[in-house]
Design a protein around this ligand. Structure first.
Ligand SMILES: [Zn+2]
Length: 331
């Protein structure tokens, strides 16, 4: 495929920049927008994913939203970048066996959108897309070794080494959340016990709090991680213990990443990190305890900076990484 690297000849794109059609495919919604080459979102629309409605319906909505957001922003787009919940195959452009998209396996949005719009299309796992977005236009700008970690209902991440998105064999996306930090910990969906994901997600923190609150509180109300964090900020003792436990597990996982990769920066995103002020000092303490054989103090912990549109911006960056920079080409 010939990379369309020339600037957009779009009629009404007054800056002459390359504009990319960005598609973020999640389990609950598909967001589409136009993103310029400084990472600015010019227009956006979203629709429920409606995975059960089938791939053809999802594709039709992606095409429609690409046309409408292009019109809304008054720009033509030179390529399409897709970030999708996984498993996806960046080389072929096909969906794998995606839990959240039952029945979409084997369909190929890269080929279908390229055929429809006659532009080059690139696809990555959404965590890799976010890593690329933060590396290109966000908190990891100008850093060549970056690990992106999102902590929310799950833990996801992407690894960028020497400016290139790291992929494994068959271009596989590494699963950083499934490294074991306590072999006696709870069962994990992957088959192990005590993975980072089973101990350090928002729901894991909330579950620990709720289980321990049940005995000594009149209210059996189940609180969310965000509510536990709010309680901790107000000095609640049990919530503070839940935050300390979360901090310890977050710190262990991040320390492992530092020992393994010694990156310039770890960019932290996701809903749990909206309460980062509660965790960061403790996380640094855990890192200091066990990373002394590497220059851990040089690894910056930064908060993701692309905001609510991070996934869309990351999807656009997927195209730039694949085609514009001349790096990250599938072999
Ligand atoms: Zn696991």
């Amino acid at each position: 495929m010939v990379p369309p690297v020339t600037a957009n000849a779009g009629k009404s794109d007054s800056t002459g920049e390359i504009v990319i059609g960005a598609v973020d495919i999640g389990g609950t919604k598909i967001a589409v927008g136009m993103v310029d080459d400084s990472g600015k979102v010019l227009s956006r629309l979203e629709s429920p994913t409606d995975a059960a409605g089938g791939y053809a319906s999802g594709l039709a909505r992606m095409i429609d939203m690409l046309r409408r957001t292009s019109k809304d922003a008054g720009v033509d787009f030179s390529g399409i970048g897709i970030g999708s919940t996984g498993v996806v195959y960046p080389g072929s452009g096909a969906f794998g066996d995606v839990d959240l998209l039952p029945g979409w396996q084997g369909n190929n949005p890269v080929q279908d959108l390229a055929r429809e719009f006659k532009v080059a299309v690139a696809l990555e796992n959404d965590a890799d897309a976010s890593a690329l977005g933060e590396a290109g236009w966000g908190a990891g700008k100008m850093k060549s070794r970056l690990v992106y970690v999102t902590v929310g209902t799950g833990i996801g991440g992407g690894i960028i080494l020497d400016g290139q998105l790291y992929r494994g064999v068959d271009m596989a996306h590494p699963e950083i959340s499934h490294h074991v930090i306590d072999p006696s910990g709870p069962d994990c969906s992957c088959g192990y016990r005590g993975c980072w994901e089973s101990l350090a997600t928002g729901p894991a923190m909330a579950a620990w709090f709720n289980a321990n609150a049940a005995g000594d509180r009149r209210s059996a109300e189940n609180l969310s991680a965000a509510q536990v964090c709010q309680l901790a900020k107000r000095g609640d003792e049990l919530a503070t213990r839940a935050v300390e436990r979360e901090t310890y597990y977050l710190g262990l996982g991040l320390a492992n990443l530092i020992n393994l990769f010694v990156p310039d920066v770890i960019v932290l995103g996701g809903s749990v990190m909206k309460s980062a002020v509660l965790f960061l000092d403790g996380i640094r303490k855990v890192i200091r305890q066990g990373c002394r054989f590497v220059p851990y103090e040089k690894t910056e912990l930064a908060l993701a900076s692309l905001g609510e549109d991070a996934n869309l911006i990351g999807a656009a960056r997927v195209w730039h990484h694949r085609y514009k920079q001349g790096v990250g080409q599938p072999s």
